[in-house]
Ligand binder design. Structure first.
Ligand SMILES: Nc1ncnc2c1ncn2[C@@H]1O[C@H](COP(=O)(O)OP(=O)(O)OP(=O)(O)O)[C@@H](O)[C@H]1O
Ligand SMILES: [Mg+2]
Length: 580
C-alpha cells in the first residue's frame, strides 16, 4: 500500500515535548497519517493540524530528537502488515516482530529490515473467475498449529481474475493474482483503528468454552461477545486470562500484554510453548499471536496495541476462524491515553482521563462480533479485557465505563482471593447477558438441565451468603435445620464446583460434561441432606458427615471424566442414606 516516494511530503521538527512532536513544512498531510521522524525514522501519528503546524504523537522514545530533524509523511494512517507468519510470533504494539525473547524487553526494532519473507502459495482460483471482496484466492499451507492460512481478495476489490501465479514459493512483495490488472499479494496493510468490513453481524449463539467452571457454568461468554475482568492488585486477573488462553476452544488466540511486567509475560510465553495443544499435539504458541507492550516500552505503542491486536483478530475472523482477543490490562492502556492527553494540553475529564475515554473503550469492545464474512464464511472475535482499578476502586472511570460496554463481567473479589478461593470471581457482582443463548446451546448438546441447575446454584449461593451474616449475629444453633443445609450447600458449591486450581493437572481444565456432573453431584447431595433433615435427623449429624470425597472430586477425577464423578455421587448418596 505504501509507496513512500510517491506519498506525502517532508518537513522538519520545531518542538519536542515528551512523545509530542511539532513539525513545520509538511504541506500535504492528513489527520491520523503516519510520520517518520528523525534519522532513526521514529513512527508517529498526526493528531492535530493547525495552519502550517503539525502535531504528532511519537510511538517511541524521543530522546535525541533535535529541532530541524527531518519529518516525512507516509500518506497512510497507522496500519498493520497482515500476512502469513503472524502465528507463533511475538510483536510490538505496531506489529513489528520482536526477534527474540530478550529483545522484546527493549523497544521494537526498526521496521522492514532484511529480505522479504517467502511463502509457499497454492492458488484456489483460475484465470477468468469473477471474484469479489473476501473471495478465497489461495492458501498458504502452514506447518504451524494446523491452521491453514487463507489469502482473500481485499475489501473494495472486485472483477475478473486475469492472471494467477503457479503454485509454489512467492515473496511477500510479489503478486499472486491480478484482478482486472490490479495485483493482489498475500500480504496486506490495514489501518488498525478502522474495523475490517463484514457482510453481516450475526446473533450470538454458542458459548466460548473456557474449561473454567465458574465462567462456563455461572457467567458464560458467547463466541463474539465481550467480557471484562476487573480486579485489584494480585486478585488473579493474569492467571484467569492465561487459563483461557490455554484451554478455550477458539481457533486463534491473540494476546495483548499491555504494560504488564516483562518477566511475567516471558513466563507466560514459556508456559504456552511447553503446553501441548489438545487439537494438534504441538505447541500451543503455534496458533497464538502475542503482542507485547511491557511497562518499559514506549507509552504510545501501548495505546495502539489493543487496536492492532483487534485488527489481527479480525484478519483471522475474515478467514472463517473463531478468534479470541485477550488484553491484560486495559487500565495500562487507558493510562497511556491519560498521560498523553495531559501532555497535549487537552482539557482533562474524570480523574485526568481524556473526555474521549468512553468512546475509546467502546471503539475497542464494539469490534467484537460473530459475523458472516465478506466471503460468506462464519467467523467471530471474542474480546476479553482485564481491568486493574487503582486501589480496587470499582467506581473509577475505566472500570465504570468498561462495565457499560461488555456483555460479561467477571468481577474479582479481594476477600475471595485473600481466602485463596481461586478463581476469585464474585457471584454477587458478576453478570452474563447471553445466558439464554448459551442455555439453548447447552440443551442442544444434551445438557438440558444446565439452565435450571445454574439458577439453583446462584440462588443457593446468594441465600447462603445471607444466612452466614445472620449466623454471625445469632449463631448457627439458632437456625432451623433446613437453613443450615442451605449453608452447607453454599460451602459445597464453593469448594467442589467454583474453586478451581490452575496448577492441578486434573483440575486446570474441566470439560462441559464434567462441569455438569460436579454441579449435579453437589445439588443431589444437598437434596439428600434436606430430605434427611426433613425426616427428623438433626442438622448437626449431617454437618458432621465427611464431605471431602465431594469437595475433592474435581481434583481426583480426570479433566473429562464425568462418569467417575457420577460414580462418586452414587457412593456419597448411599453413604448419606446410611446416616438415617
Ligand atoms: N486459578 C488459580 N489457581 C491457583 N492460584 C491462583 C489462581 N488464580 C490466582 N492464583 C494465585 O494468585 C496470584 C496472583 O495472580 P495474578 O498474577 O493473576 O494477579 P493479577 O490480578 O494479575 O495481579 P496484578 O494486579 O499484579 O496484575 C498468582 O501468582 C497465584 O499464586
Ligand atoms: Mg496481572
Amino acid at each position: 500500500m505504501s509507496d513512500p516516494a510517491a506519498a506525502g511530503t517532508t518537513g522538519h521538527v520545531v518542538r519536542v515535548n515528551g512523545p509530542l512532536v511539532e513539525a513545520e513544512g509538511l504541506t500535504r498531510v492528513a489527520a491520523l497519517e503516519v510520520l517518520e521522524i528523525g534519522t532513526n525514522r521514529l513512527p508517529a501519528e498526526v493528531i492535530s493540524i493547525s495552519g502550517g503546524l503539525v502535531t504528532a504523537q511519537a510511538h517511541e522514545y524521543t530522546g535525541g530528537l533535535c529541532v530541524g530533524d527531518p519529518v516525512r509523511a507516509l500518506g497512510h494512517p497507522l496500519s498493520a502488515r497482515l500476512g502469513p507468519g503472524l502465528l507463533g510470533g511475538i510483536f510490538d504494539g505496531l506489529l513489528r516482530p520482536l526477534a527474540n525473547r530478550s529483545a522484546w524487553l527493549a523497544p521494537g526494532a526498526p521496521a522492514e529490515a532484511g529480505t522479504p519473507a517467502r511463502w509457499s502459495f497454492r492458488p484456489s482460483v483460475t484465470a477468468g473467475t469473477r471474484v469479489g471482496p473476501g473471495t478465497l484466492l489461495g492458501t498458504v499451507p502452514m506447518a504451524a498449529g494446523g491452521i491453514e492460512h487463507r489469502a482473500l481478495v481485499p475489501a473494495g476489490l472486485a472483477g475478473t481474475v486475469d492472471w494467477v501465479s503457479e503454485p509454489g514459493e512467492v515473496a511477500e512483495d510479489e503478486a499472486v493474482i491480478t484482478v482486472d490488472g490490479t495485483p493482489v499479494r498475500v500480504v496486506e496493510h490495514w489501518p488498525v483503528r478502522i474495523p475490517r468490513p463484514v457482510r453481516e453481524r450475526l446473533r450470538l449463539a454458542a458459548p466460548l468454552i473456557t474449561g473454567q467452571r465458574v465462567v462456563d457454568l455461572l457467567f458464560p461468554i458467547a463466541q463474539g461477545a465481550t467480557a471484562a475482568v476487573p480486579g485489584g492488585f494480585g486478585t488473579g486477573k493474569t492467571v484467569l486470562l492465561q487459563q483461557i488462553v490455554k484451554w478455550c476452544d477458539a481457533d486463534i488466540i491473540v494476546f495483548v500484554g499491555c504494560g504488564e511486567r516483562g518477566n511475567e509475560l516471558a513466563d507466560a510465553l514459556t508456559d504456552l510453548e511447553q503446553l501441548e495443544d489438545p487439537r494438534t499435539g504441538r505447541s500451543l504458541l503455534e496458533r497464538t499471536v502475542v503482542i507485547a507492550n511491557t511497562s518499559n516500552m514506549p507509552v504510545m505503542a501501548r495505546e495502539a496495541s489493543v487496536y492492532t491486536g483487534m485488527t489481527v483478530a479480525e484478519y483471522y475472523r475474515d478467514m472463517g476462524y473463531a478468534t479470541v482477543l485477550l488484553a491484560d490490562s486495559t487500565s495500562r492502556w487507558a493510562e497511556a491515553l491519560r498521560e498523553f492527553s495531559s501532555r497535549s494540553g487537552e482539557l482533562p475529564a474524570e480523574e485526568g482521563f481524556p473526555a474521549g475515554l468512553a468512546s475509546a473503550l467502546a471503539a475497542f469492545y464494539e469490534r467484537a462480533c460473530r459475523v458472516t464474512t465478506l466471503g460468506g464464511e462464519e467467523g467471530s472475535v471474542t474480546a476479553i479485557g482485564a481491568v486493574s482499578p487503582p486501589g480496587g476502586d470499582m467506581t473509577e472511570p475505566v472500570t465504570a465505563h468498561t462495565e457499560r460496554f461488555v456483555r460479561c463481567l467477571w468481577s474479582l473479589d479481594r476477600d475471595l482471593a485473600y481466602a485463596r478461593h481461586y478463581p476469585a470471581i464474585s457471584w454477587r457482582r458478576s453478570f452474563a447477558r447471553d445466558v439464554e443463548a448459551v442455555a439453548t446451546w447447552q440443551a442442544a448438546e444434551g445438557r438440558t438441565s444446565w439452565a435450571l441447575d445454574r439458577a439453583r446454584a446462584i440462588a443457593l449461593l446468594g441465600e447462603a451468603d445471607r444466612l452466614s451474616s445472620v449466623v454471625e449475629l445469632v449463631g448457627l444453633g439458632a437456625l432451623p435445620g433446613r437453613e443450615r443445609m442451605v449453608l452447607l450447600a453454599g460451602r459445597l458449591l464453593r469448594e467442589a464446583v467454583l474453586q478451581q486450581s490452575a496448577l492441578s493437572e486434573n483440575d486446570a481444565f474441566c470439560s462441559p460434561a464434567k462441569q455438569m456432573a460436579l454441579l449435579e453431584l453437589v445439588l443431589d447431595v444437598y437434596d439428600r441432606c434436606q430430605a434427611l433433615v426433613d425426616g427428623g435427623l438433626p442438622a448437626s449429624a449431617v454437618e458432621e458427615f465427611d464431605f471431602t470425597p465431594v469437595t475433592r472430586a474435581r481434583d481426583e477425577t480426570g479433566p473429562d471424566d464425568d462418569e467417575a464423578v457420577r460414580t462418586r455421587r452414587d457412593e456419597q448418596l448411599r453413604a448419606l442414606d446410611g446416616l438415617a
